[in-house]
Design a protein around this ligand. Structure first.
Ligand code: 9MR
Length: 576
C-alpha cells in the first residue's frame, strides 16, 4: 500500500489563511483495516455540507487528520471536541468536524492509533448512485415475473407468485370465487402484499415525483422498461400501482392484503408455494388507496392520461365506499398470521384521502370534509403507517398552494416549519445528530420520515439548518451511527450482510440483494423469541444485529425504502 515518508500538511489557521507545512512525520501505513471506531457517512458528503465524524474512543486523543486517499497526503488537521457522554448510543465520543474540507476527492479520517476511517468521497451528486440504488431495490422486490440476468445481475431469479387466481378468505366478505391480482412488489423479507404498505410508500415515492419530476429519467435504472421513452422511476412505481388497482372490489372497497396464512420458510420465491388468499376489506386500506390513486392521477397525467384517469376513477370509487363504511377496522382472522398493518384511528387516512382528492379534482366536497383537527404537526417516532398519512396530505397541500384556501396553506406552512424547528433542535442535541430519541421497529424509517418534514420546511423557507438536519439524518443512515453501519444493503463499506429477507437468505450469494434498507435499531428487541441474539442490555441505538433471524431490527421493508428514496432524491436536487 502507498504511504509517504514526507508529506505536506495543510493547516487552516485562525485567520483563514492556508499554510503548507513540510513534515518529517510519516502517515501510518494502510493495512486494509479500517477503524470501526470512526463513524461517518461511508458514501460521502456534498462539498458545501457540514461534515462530521464521531470518534468512539476511551483514549485521550486531541487531534485528527483528513487524508486524501489518492495522494496519501494530509489535507486538514483539526481538534477533536471535548468528550461527550451519549446515553442513547451508550458511548463516549469526540467529534471531528472537517466541514472546511471543500475540495472534491476521496478521503479518510485518521485518528492517532485508531487508524483510518472507511474512505468516503466529497463531491457534487455524491448520493446519486445510492439514490438510484434505493429505487432499483424495488425492482428486486418485483413479484410475478422472472428477474433476468440482464437487469438483476447475479440476483436473477425465476418467475414466482403469478397470483393470477387467488381465492378469497372469508374475512374478505366473500365465500367463493377467485381474482387475478398479479404483480406488485414483495412487502419486505416476506413474500406477501399488503395494500396499506403499498399505498403508503407509493405516496412517498409520488411526492418526490411531483416535486422533482426529472429526478430519474428513462434508461437510468436498467429495468425491463428502460428505453421505453418514459421515466424509469414512473415505470417502477407503476408496477406496484397496477397491483394495487387489482385489489379493488367491484363496490369500490379495497381488500386488505394478499397473503399466505403463515409466513413462508426462508426459501427462494419459486419455492414458497403455500396457498395465498385475498384477506380482509376495510376503511384503512380503502382510504389509503383513494389517496394514493388520486396522487397517481397527477403523477401519470402527462405520460399516460388514460391510465391516470382510471386511477382517479378508482380513487373516487374507493372514497365513496369509505363514506358508506367509515370505520371498518382490520385485525388478522384467527387462522392468518402474516403482517397485520392494523389501525384503529382513521382520521389521518381521511385527511390524506380528502387532501389528495381535492388537489386532483378541485371538488370542494373533499375540502369541506377535511377535519383540520387532524393536523397535529408533532412528529412521533413509531407512528409510521398508523399516523404519518396526515403529513402526506399536508405535503400535497403545500405543493398546490394555488388550489387551496390561503388560510389553510398558511396554517400548514406554519405548522410544518414549527415541527421542523423542533426536529432541528433534536438533531442538534441528540446522539449522532439525528432527530429521534425512541427507537422502534423500523427506526431508520422514523429518522427519514422526520427528515422528510425538515425537507418540506426547507422547500417553504430555505434555511440552512433545515437542509443540514436532512443531511445529518442521511449521514446517520449511511454510517454515522452507533453501529457504524451503512444500513442500505450494498452501499458503503460496512453494510448489512444478513438481512431478514428470504431471497437473500436462500440464494447462496454472499451479498444480499442490494438497495434495501435495514429497519435499524429497535430497543424493544421483539425478535429474541425468533432467534435473534443481542449483546446484553444493548443501548437503544445499538439494539441492532446483522442476523437473519432479526426481523425486528434487520428486515427490509417498502415503507422504509420509500423515505430513503425521497430523502436521497431531495438531497440530490437541493444540495448540489
Ligand atoms: O413495520 C411493522 C412494525 O412496525 C410492526 O411492529 C411489525 C409487527 O406487527 O410489523 C412490521 O411490518 C412487517 C409486516 O407486518 C410484514 N412484512 C414485514 C414488515 C416489516 O417487518
Amino acid at each position: 500500500m502507498l504511504f509517504f515518508n514526507r508529506f505536506f500538511l495543510v493547516v487552516l489557521c485562525s485567520c483563514s489563511m492556508f499554510f503548507v507545512l513540510s513534515c518529517e512525520e510519516s502517515l501510518p501505513p494502510m493495512t486494509g483495516q479500517f477503524s470501526e471506531q470512526i463513524r461517518l457517512n461511508q458514501i460521502g458528503y456534498y462539498p458545501g455540507s457540514e461534515k462530521k465524524a464521531v470518534i468512539v474512543s476511551p483514549k485521550k486523543i486531541d487531534t485528527f487528520h483528513v487524508v486524501d486517499s489518492t495522494t496519501m497526503t494530509v489535507v486538514f488537521t483539526g481538534n477533536l471536541s471535548p468528550v461527550q457522554n451519549w446515553k442513547l448510543a451508550g458511548e463516549e465520543v469526540r467529534i471531528a468536524d472537517f466541514s472546511q474540507v471543500l475540495d472534491e476527492g476521496t478521503y479518510m479520517v485518521l485518528v492517532g492509533e485508531l487508524g483510518y476511517s472507511y474512505p468516503f468521497e466529497i463531491k457534487k451528486n455524491v448520493l446519486r448512485e445510492v439514490f438510484l440504488g434505493s429505487v432499483k431495490g424495488l425492482y428486486y422486490q418485483r413479484t410475478g415475473m422472472p428477474l433476468e440476468k440482464e437487469h438483476a445481475g447475479k440476483w436473477h431469479r425465476q418467475m414466482a407468485h403469478p397470483d393470477d387466481s387467488i381465492p378469497f378468505h372469508p374475512s374478505s366478505g366473500k365465500t367463493e370465487g377467485y381474482i387475478a391480482s398479479p404483480g406488485g412488489w414483495y412487502d419486505a423479507g416476506d413474500y406477501n402484499k399488503y395494500i396499506v404498505n403499498a399505498t403508503f410508500p407509493l405516496g412517498q415515492f409520488y411526492l418526490l415525483q411531483e416535486q422533482y419530476p426529472d429526478a430519474i429519467l428513462d434508461n437510468q435504472l436498467n429495468i425491463p422498461e428502460s428505453g421505453n421513452g418514459k421515466s424509469d422511476y414512473l415505470d417502477e412505481l407503476k408496477y406496484e400501482m397496477d397491483w394495487a388497482l387489482t385489489m379493488q372490489d367491484a363496490d369500490g372497497g379495497l381488500f386488505h392484503k394478499l397473503t399466505t396464512k403463515n409466513f413462508e420458510g426462508m426459501v427462494m420465491p419459486n419455492k414458497a408455494i403455500s396457498q395465498r388468499y385475498i384477506v380482509g376489506k376495510g376503511t384503512t386500506a380503502t382510504l389509503d388507496f383513494a389517496a394514493c390513486a388520486a396522487q397517481a392521477y397527477r403523477v401519470f397525467k402527462s405520460v399516460d392520461p388514460v391510465y391516470a384517469s382510471s386511477c382517479l376513477l378508482a380513487a373516487k370509487k374507493a372514497y365513496d365506499w369509505a363514506l358508506e363504511n367509515p370505520a371498518v377496522g382490520f385485525v388478522n382472522p384467527e387462522d392468518v398470521h402474516t403482517g397485520q398493518y392494523g389501525d384503529t384511528n382513521f382520521d389521518d387516512e381521511w385527511f390524506w384521502a380528502n387532501a389528495e382528492l381535492f388537489v386532483s379534482t378541485k371538488d370542494t366536497t373533499y375540502l369541506n370534509s377535511l377535519n383540520t383537527k387532524t393536523m397535529n404537526f408533532e412528529f412521533k417516532a413509531g407512528e409510521s403507517w398508523t399516523g404519518y398519512m396526515r403529513f402526506l396530505g399536508m405535503f400535497s397541500f403545500l405543493n398546490h398552494k394555488e388550489s387551496i384556501p390561503a388560510a389553510l396553506y398558511a396554517s400548514i406552512a406554519k405548522g410544518i416549519q414549527k415541527s421542523a424547528d423542533d426536529l432541528v433542535v433534536k438533531s442538534t442535541e441528540l446522539d449522532y445528530f439525528q432527530p429521534i430519541d425512541d427507537f422502534h421497529w423500523g427506526s431508520n424509517s422514523d429518522v427519514l420520515n422526520a427528515a422528510m418534514i425538515m425537507a418540506q420546511a426547507y422547500r417553504l423557507n430555505p434555511k440552512p439548518e433545515y437542509l443540514k438536519g436532512v443531511q445529518q439524518a442521511m449521514d446517520y443512515v449511511l454510517g454515522a451511527n452507533a453501529m457504524g453501519v451503512s444500513y442500505l444493503t450494498g452501499f458503503g463499506d460496512k453494510t448489512p450482510m444478513n438481512i431478514h429477507h428470504r431471497q437473500s437468505a436462500a440464494d447462496t450469494i454472499e451479498q444480499p440483494v442490494p438497495g434495501l434498507l435495514s429497519g435499524g435499531p429497535n430497543s424493544r428487541l421483539q425478535d429474541v423469541s425468533g432467534g435473534a441474539v443481542y449483546p446484553e442490555n444493548p443501548s437503544p441505538m445499538q439494539s441492532w444485529v446483522d442476523q437473519e433471524p432479526s426481523y425486528a431490527s434487520n428486515e427490509i421493508c417498502l415503507n422504509w425504502n420509500a423515505p430513503m428514496t425521497y430523502v436521497l432524491g431531495f438531497l440530490e436536487q437541493e444540495s448540489n
